[in-house]
Design a protein around this ligand. Structure first.
Ligand SMILES: [Zn+2]
Length: 276
């Protein structure tokens, strides 16, 4: 069994938050074994801690939200996916604000920063969650199934009635190199008419055309990073949300799910799995 890990050197990043449009500073610091990944709100006088744990996830549709005793962390999923994708078990994420900066809309910025920070192995062994039986959650046509497996593998089917998007399928076993190269650079899907509607509600203020795969009536409005970028981003989101249960060995099969269903699955996994 491998040892737990943390980052070698502290790193900082300042950038705009997607929904508030405000500049937010994030500092990632090494953490001791068994501390896990946790946020610390440096903008609040009591510097409250919000662990990146399934216990504090709120079911929200557009992004993941953590909330502990009234203190929120919004849109942590791409940063958490980068940490989980690189196999980093312990880290202190100091955030001067409520929302994690959106960076380039993918996990690529976080991967680059974390690779620069370096990883160190700690003495303590890493505990991994394993399933003893299949677990599933569903919501109408949305479905997530988690099956017992030796490694974390995600198989995902994304469908959308828009002819430019259609049906996309991808499957990856989550290893650091695969995650960094094949999944981390992918950005989320945004329909142009929704972008306009979100802005009218005061949301998505930090967004621009480069931080998402924007689709207009005629088709894609920008350059794609992968032909199947949208389904890869769904896997990225799922890896981030699943990390709230800690290191996981399971084959997760997804169909049209989003953050709300991901949150339900991670709670089921946390209550029905064994930690080895
Ligand atoms: Zn996302």
């Amino acid at each position: 069994m491998a040892g737990q890990t943390t980052i070698e050197n502290e790193i900082s990043y300042s950038g705009v938050a997607l929904h508030s449009g405000k500049e937010v500073k994030l500092t990632i610091k090494p953490a001791e074994a068994n501390k896990g990944v946790y946020f610390l709100r440096t903008d609040l006088p009591t510097r409250p801690v919000v662990p990146a744990s399934w216990q504090w996830v709120r079911e929200s549709s557009r992004c993941t939200t953590l909330e502990k005793e009234g203190v929120k962390i919004r849109t942590p999923e791409h940063l958490l996916a980068a940490l989980a994708g690189l196999g980093i078990d312990n880290a202190c994420l100091e955030l001067y604000g409520e929302e994690v900066p959106m960076a380039d809309g993918s996990a690529q910025t976080w991967i680059q920063l974390l690779q620069k920070a370096g990883t160190v192995e700690l003495q303590e062994k890493r505990a991994v969650r394993k399933l003893v039986k299949p677990i599933w959650v569903e919501d109408g046509e949305r479905l997530l199934v988690a099956l017992p497996a030796e490694k974390l593998t995600v198989s995902y089917t994304f469908t959308n009635p828009h002819p430019a998007v259609g049906c996309q399928f991808a499957q990856f076993t989550i290893e650091p190199d695969t995650f960094a190269q094949e999944i981390a650079p992918s950005r989320t899907l945004a329909f142009w008419k929704e972008v306009e509607a979100l802005r009218a509600q005061g949301l998505g203020l930090g967004g621009n055309m480069d931080v998402a795969v924007v689709v207009g009536e005629e088709g894609y409005l920008g350059q794609l990073r992968f032909a199947d970028e949208i389904v890869r981003h769904k896997i990225l989101d799922l890896v981030g949300d699943l990390s709230l249960a800690g290191p996981l060995a399971a084959h997760v099969v997804g169909l049209r799910s989003g953050h709300a269903l991901n949150a339900r699955l991670v709670k089921e996994i946390a209550s029905q799995s064994v930690i080895i």
